[in-house]
Ligand binder design. Structure first.
Ligand code: B12
Ligand code: SF4
Length: 279
């Protein structure tokens, strides 16, 4: 089967300044799940096409037009683009599937334009969708969010597409999307993750990814997409600090400050900055 995966990261650019911004920054906002979907489809033996749209170039030309199945991921602000594209693919006889933040927030609305709407997913659910085991008109959800994110090595073709210029050249913002955990222990009533239980992903895989990046993509930034990185701050930092300095690429993460302030390691580091230890 010919399977396409498109991650829509922006509305079209309207002036030069935003074109430059999208080219340098928005390009690096690629989500982690569409990359996992691409790997899962490849593992199942499908011919897989993965692309992102970051507001520059022709949206319609990001993927081939003769696909059997197309997965589109979008946040709500960019959803009109996803809807328009779904109409074109539907007309061409392609099975259309939407996942990501917009699908999670407005599944019923998505059904107006897409055959299948995915809330949470894992490898098994994606395999069933591609195999045609899910009826059109369905909103589907795996029992839990996935906890087996494909490694950086497996995602390398997708990472080259998003992090590099023309799949070849790295630049100062080149970023690999990562996850050390999924879900969140809190339940803020405005957040899509309120009902998603917190789970740490396998730490040995995280260490292997750090080692691989240190060896093959030295200096590239690891961008953690964990909704709340700070929950197991010390355990994850233990993994990172157990690696030799050369295998520790720079990384970015986000966390609620209230959680972070309770982490001993974080306090130690900030304390060290404010008041250097006496020797
Ligand atoms: C990490 C993150 C970012 C990162 C990475 C963005 C990215 N492209 O992934 C950065 C900092 C760049 C970012 C930016 C923005 N973000 Co943000 N971000 C998040 C955050 C904290 C975690 C998302 C995540 O990766 N979780 C881990 C994955 C594994 O879980 P998940 O996203 O729930 O995905 C599950 C399902 O949705 C599904 N799935 C996800 N994608 C796909 C794709 C396919 C094809 C399929 C089939 C399934 C599927 O499978 C997953 C496992 O079950 C969420 C808040 C949250 N707590 O979820 C907000 C969130 C997604 N962001 C949001 C917003 C609004 C933005 C911005 C528009 C902010 C702004 N004004 O600029 C920008 C948009 C950037 C962009 N171009 O995408 C909103 C989206 C709301 C909506 N209805 O669209 C959220 C939900 C926050 C909120 N509560 O409002 N964000
Ligand atoms: S702490 Fe953040 S990720 Fe967790 S439920 Fe609240 S807003 Fe969502």
């Amino acid at each position: 089967m010919r399977v396409g995966i498109l991650d829509i990261l922006s509305l079209p650019s309207r002036h030069l300044a935003s074109t430059v911004y999208h080219f340098v920054m928005t390009k690096q906002y690629a989500s982690v799940t569409p990359q996992a979907v691409a790997v899962w489809c490849r593992r199942a033996g499908h011919e897989t096409f993965y692309a992102t749209y970051y507001g520059v170039g022709n949206l319609q030309r990001r993927l081939p037009s003769d696909l059997d199945v197309v997965f589109i991921c979008s946040y709500t602000q960019a959803s009109p683009l996803a809807y328009a594209l779904a109409k074109l693919y539907r007309r061409a006889g392609t099975r259309t599937v939407i996942g990501g933040p917009h699908a999670k927030s407005f599944p019923t609305d998505c059904l107006r334009f897409f055959d299948i709407v995915v809330r949470d997913c894992n490898q098994e659910l994606i395999r069933d969708i591609v195999a045609g085991a899910v009826d059109p008109g369905s909103v589907v959800c795996s029992a839990t969010a996935f906890d087996d994110l494909p490694t950086v090595e497996e995602r390398l073709p997708e990472i080259r597409t998003t992090a590099f210029f023309f799949r070849r050249w790295r630049y100062f913002m080149s970023t690999v999307p990562m996850l050390a955990s999924v879900g969140c222990p809190y339940a803020c009533n405005f957040c899509v993750d309120w009902s998603n239980p917190y789970r740490v992903l396998p730490l040995d895989r995280l260490a292997a990814d750090f080692r691989y990046v240190g060896e093959h993509l030295p200096g590239i930034i690891l961008g953690f997409h964990d909704p709340n990185f700070g929950v197991k701050f010390d355990q994850v930092l233990d993994v990172i600090e157990s690696l030799p300095p050369a295998a520790r690429p720079p990384y970015i993460m986000e966390s609620s400050l209230s959680i972070l302030l309770y982490r001993s390691r974080f306090i130690g580091q900030v304390g060290g900055l404010i008041r250097p230890p006496f020797s």
